[in-house]
Design a protein around this ligand. Sequence first.
Ligand SMILES: [Zn+2]
Length: 240
Amino acid sequence: MKDNETPSEFVSDPPDVDTKTAPLKSHNPPSDGNTSSESKPSRTVNLLELAAEVESSTSLEEIRLSGDETPIILFTPETTEVDLHYCPEPDIKGYVRCQEKECLLCGIERKQNRRLCLPVYLPTEGRVGVLPVSLSLRPHALLTQLINILKTIDEEQPEDEPEKQPQVVFLRREDNFKYCVSTRPLPPDTDAGEAQIKRFLSEKDQGLIDIATVIPKIDGDQLKAIPEILQMMKLKGING
Ligand SMILES: [Zn+2]
């Protein structure tokens, strides 16, 4: 049920949301600082290393764009393709990753959408976040505008010109079809996130980060516990 090219792709997009980040936390392997060690020998824990560990494993979240501007700094053109479903049910109200085989949401014919998940730096929050981008290449679509900016960043720098300044990109969602994207040179003495970006890229290279996990995967039993989904299954004669 993939249908990424038609305008109807957008109908299942989330309505305006007033939060910029998903309410559901990333499903990265938990490293929540719970170092309780029953029957384990005691060990020395460096609090700064622990803090860095906790931060890196919990700070990767989905970015949700709204009618307010979200500033981002682009640092990579590499995205991760994720198939997902939008669940408007109050218990979820967001994207859920498609389970592919025996996906209950595919079973009730909930529309499957593909998103390119792009890691970006959030300078107001001082962390890397993940932006799910629709594959639409219409002029006002987010992907089209991000590609144009990435192209200018990627352009070879003529030797006789001053070094390119890093850009901050402001993203605002007008509606499901239209995004407003503008750029500004990053003011001097502003944190461009070099340290966080470096750490993110190194953790990604080591396979410690799976970008797709910012979109929660909800198993069948949990989905069946949501009344609207259970009712839909009954109506469609699906026994889960
Ligand atoms: Zn599915």
